[in-house]
Each structure stands twice: as C-alpha cells, then as structure tokens.
Design a protein. Structure first.
Length: 341
C-alpha cells in the first residue's frame, strides 16, 4: 500500500512538472521568446566523456577503416572518444587488447571477431563488468547487446543463385572460395550456398576450399581449379578483398566474362564499383560500410543514455544489401569513397 502511494505521488509530481513546463513554454511562445530544449542537456551529458574501444581484425582495408571513420564522425562531435586497438590479424594480440580494454572500463567495446570462439569469454566478461559490446559483421558464439552486420546466409544464397543462373546452358561446374572456415562469415555464407545448391542438383561443385581471407591464396587456389576444369562456369567467393586474387586468376586464364564471379564486400568505390566496371567481379553484394557505422553509432548513443543493462538485450541490425553489377556500378552513389568519410 505504501509503495502504491509513493508511486502515485511520483506520477503526480511528474505530471505537475510536465504541466508547468508546458505552461512555461506557452508563456515563452506568447512572448516570442526562444525555448530551452528539455532533453538536449541530458543527452549531451550522457555522451560526454564516454570512451568507445574498437578492435577490428586488422586495419588497412576498406571495411575496418570505414567503420572507424564512421564511428569517429558520429560520436566524437558529441564528446565521445573512440580508441583503436589494432591486432593486425593476430588473434592473440586481439585477445590481449580486449582484456586490456576491459580493465580500462570504456562505456562500449566494438569488436570484429576473427572467429566464433576467440573472444567469446571476453565478451561475456566485458558485459558482466557493465561494458556494452557491439559486434560488427562477424559474430562470436557468445551473443552481446548488439550485433550490426551482414546477413551472411542471405549473401550465400544470393551469390550462389546468381552463379547458378549464369551457368545455365553451360558446364554447371562451379567452385567455392571460402574465407577462414572458423569465421562466422564463412560458416553462415556456406550455409546459404548449400541452401541454393540443394535446390539445384544439376550443379556440380568441383572445388570448395578456404583461402583464409588471403588474396594470394585465393589466386593460387583458383589457378589450380581452372587448370583442372577449364570449362568452369562460375565461382562463389566470400569476400571481395580476397577475391581480387580470384579475379586475377580468371583474367590470367583468359576467362574473364566466361567464368561468373560473385562475391561480397563493404561497397567502397575502388574495391567494388571500379572492379565490377572492369569486369573483375560480375556481382558484388555490398553491405554498405557507412550505413553499418551509422547503425553502430546510433545504437551506442542510445545505450549510453542508460536504461538497458549491458548484456540484458540481444539485438540485431542486419544490413540491407546492395547488389552491384555492371548495370549500376557506374552510377553515382552506388558505392562510397573512403576518402570522403
């Protein structure tokens, strides 16, 4: 009963406060005076001085550079600080950086998982310590408050369907060039590939190998496959940064335009639209890095204002994919430019 009375009193107080604010606003408007926006101060105070840690798999390519620039552009003008810890493809270094960040207690840690297991315990530890964890593009087996990224199953399905369609009336022989098999991006994309192949038994997979996100390895694998199967009609690649090597092998064999290459990536001008225009890629599904960065930043702004305990929510924002082909690669706005972020 006492609790009920306190609640009623609190509601009455809030209602009276709102009424007084409305009355003051009406009075100010009547006098032609400006109004002090009532939520601005609280918003700015919630963000000011907060630190966001960022651990990509490595810097130096369009995805990770674009995410960092996007986060800085959206967060730092509001008084937040974005701190980079670059493991440079070394998972042990990444784990050490993650551990150190947890001890520094930033408000948020943005993590780009190299595989599904390496950071799983650290994600759980960070959120137990009250630090929000935002995962970008490649998931861990351990969920966190927010995941922003591509729907890899959808990517696998759409890329494979494009290859299957391109192979109609041809040999129906295709190859698959995976990334790192332990990475979520590879495992989920492969599931999408399998979903489409199950409906197309006429298609024969003559090679399914992992190039570990390495363009040189992708090139070597593709060179071997093309020598063994010169009538190959299509390749499903798992990342354009790696499939530059796949495309180079196709070109060296004189098969550009004959072997359909479908891949995916962040949608940056040089790595996506320019290469599609040149014929290196026939289809590149862009997951649009600037939009991903904006989605992460928006979630971070929302989280640090309070109300949700770290780890309490498990929300997902899947990126809307942009198919890039010769039909739209030359169109302004299809791709983004890192220099302009």
């Amino acid at each position: 009963m006492e609790t009920h009375v306190r609640l009623i009193r609190k509601l009455v107080t809030v209602a009276l406060g709102a009424s007084l604010s409305l009355a003051a606003a009406s009075s100010a408007l009547a006098q032609g005076k400006g109004l002090n926006e009532p939520f601005r101060a609280g918003y700015r105070a919630a963000l000011a001085g907060k630190t966001v840690g960022y651990i990509p798999v490595s810097m130096g390519f369009d995805l990770t550079e674009g995410w960092l620039k996007g986060l800085k552009r959206e967060l730092e003008p509001h008084g937040m600080k974005v701190v980079l810890r670059d493991p440079n493809w070394n998972t042990n270094t990444g784990a050490q950086a993650f551990t150190t960040l947890i001890s520094e207690k930033p408000a948020v840690i943005v993590i780009h998982n190299p595989d599904v297991q390496t950071y799983a315990k650290l994600i759980k530890k960070a959120e137990k310590a009250g630090i929000y964890v935002v995962q970008i593009n490649m998931r861990s087996a351990q969920p966190s408050t927010v995941f922003v990224g591509a729907d890899w199953v959808e990517i696998g399905e759409r890329d494979t369907q494009a290859v299957v369609d391109a192979c109609k009336g041809k040999s129906n022989k295709i190859a698959i060039v995976q990334g790192a098999p332990t990475a979520a991006a590879s495992a989920y994309t492969l599931k999408g590939v399998e979903n489409v192949l199950a409906k197309n038994p006429q298609v024969k997979v003559v090679s399914n190998q992992a190039a570990d996100w390495d363009a040189a390895k992708a090139k070597a694998l593709t060179q071997t496959v093309l020598k063994q199967h010169p009538d190959l009609c299509g390749i499903v690649g798992f990342w354009d940064g790696m499939d530059i090597g796949t495309a180079a092998a196709i070109k060296e064999a004189g098969l550009t335009g004959k072997v359909f290459l479908a891949t995916s990536g962040g949608g940056e001008q040089k790595g996506t639209c320019d290469l599609v225009k040149q014929g290196a890629f026939d289809l590149n599904l862009s997951y649009d890095v600037p939009t991903q960065a904006a989605d992460m930043a928006a979630m971070i702004k929302w989280l640090v204002q309070g109300g949700v305990k770290a780890g309490q929510a498990k929300q997902n924002i899947y990126t809307t994919l942009i198919p890039v082909t010769k039909a739209n690669a030359a169109k302004e706005g299809t791709c983004w430019k890192l220099a302009n972020m």
